[in-house]
Design a protein around this ligand. Sequence first.
Ligand SMILES: Nc1ncnc2c1ncn2[C@@H]1O[C@H](COP(=O)(O)OP(=O)(O)OP(=O)(O)O)[C@@H](O)[C@H]1O
Length: 578
Amino acid sequence: MLDPRIFKFEGARKALGILTILTAIQAVVIVIQGRYLSVSLSELWQMTPLKAVALALSIFLSAFIIRQFLTVAKNYVLVPFAKQTTDQLQKELIQKYAKLGPTVISQNGTGKSVNLAIEGISQVNNYLTLVLIKFIDMSIVPWVILVYIATIKWEHALFLLFIYPVIILFMIILGYTAQAKADREYDRFNRLSNHFVDTLRGLTTLKQLGLSKRYAKNVYEVSEDYRKATLGTLSVGILSTFALDFLTTLSIAVVALFLGMALMDGTISLVAGLTILILAPEYFLPIRNFANDYHATLDGKNAFSDIMDILDQTELTDNHLYQAQQSGWQVDSQLVLENVNYAYPNSDQLALQDINLSLTGFERIGLVGTSGSGKSTLLNLLGGFIDGTGDVQIEGQRVPHLSQVDWQNNLQVMPQDPYIFHDTVRANLAFYTPQATDAEILQVLQRVGLETWFNQLADGLSTIIGDGAVQTSGGQAQRIALARIMLDQDRRIILMDEPTAHLDIETEMQLKETMLPVFNQHMVIFATHRLHWLAQMDWIVVMKDGAIVEQGTLEELLANDGYFVELQQAMKGVNRHA
Ligand SMILES: Nc1ncnc2c1ncn2[C@@H]1O[C@H](COP(=O)(O)OP(=O)(O)OP(=O)(O)O)[C@@H](O)[C@H]1O
């Protein structure tokens, strides 16, 4: 019912402790309220003068007011706790995304990941605010009332005690059905989120292919699916509310019947009978409240569980094992991978198998292979975003993976679609080098050929670019990524994942001219489908189905007349038609 991981949060025990005390007081107050309402009614029924009933009435009224006051006080304790917990959860989740890296996002999908950090957090807040109080109420109030009723007439207490597990059983059955429906709804919602983000991302392609209408229909169908799943959950929620109300009302009616008979027999006084009758609905109220809100907050429970699962993922604690002996990657530095394997968590196939690679100093290494051969996975492994099994040594130091802080401090990355942050030109360029001066940034802008573009910007280096501001073309984004690399003199390893794949050949050639000098004094690992880059590489690694099938200089590979030559023919064909 409650995820025990809630108790891990700061202030949880204190808040729950205070809530428990307040609820216990409230339970006693409910009993007093019921008792004195019965006394007042019974006295009034017997025509006792109002003055004589005044004390009982005022006790009842005071209990009533205190009860309401305690409800407010409980919310006063819970709301800040829920807010603080969800704020902390949001911060931790985003930090965890940053620590776990891109793999966690690709596992969950971008839509779901974003959704968890925004909508999921508000659902968790709702869940904590609604369910916690109800849960504590349910754990305390009925039992205090039951003990009191037992002191009046144990038979009724016994009946109420027996009926309780029946209700719980009923709730569990309906709860399972609701949970299954809510899980389905939650899955659909995540699918919808991912679908929505994919559609937005691919809008240009869809428009170009004239498929946007068909895709809009697709989005409509996924939304419809989600709507139906939501209605399915709601219908179980409504059914369960109805069933619980029916069952509790029936139980109260049975109690009333027995009380009526006992009154007629004279085995119970009017005050005692009325007290039991007034307290019986109070006995069932917490479980009814809990059940009602439980269904309404199932999505919050699911979001909480998903967020906690991500937060519970083990982080690497051994990322300081490699201690750089010299300042950064040098001409004599060496990285050796021996028999390295890697499988993505959601797949039982090896995406990298038996990788043996030795990289030294400022080499330029070309990574080639058909689509899906494992080039990006190998770059991710070298970047320390994923860890495989096998033997890894940096400068002779054996490490379990490359997620080593000192190693990653050498790296610069130039992906296919460099991300332009919604920030100033200055911040976007001085990404690796926050200390860069304006003069240095301007010089680099000129070197990468962005001068004309820059001169048109309204606020110079302070102009905001990125999503929702000044947009950049694919070529401009690549130049910005290159400028980031140029500004940094310390990081000497550049990982490039088909950085020119989206560019037309003219832009690519212009960019190539700017890029080649940057390769000097760097180790460059360059995954590409474009043949003309290979002539600039010192060493070429040929991949197929996750394995390195050949490696050597271009001349050696050509002389071998093996898979590389076959691949080259195929690439030539593609490149010619590109
Ligand atoms: N996040 C992922 N989860 C599961 N499998 C994945 C994931 N990313 C890639 N793969 C699989 O791993 C294999 C290697 O993919 P990878 O992206 O490394 O190939 P690639 O050579 O870079 O392809 P491309 O040239 O098309 O970018 C493929 O079979 C791919 O389906």
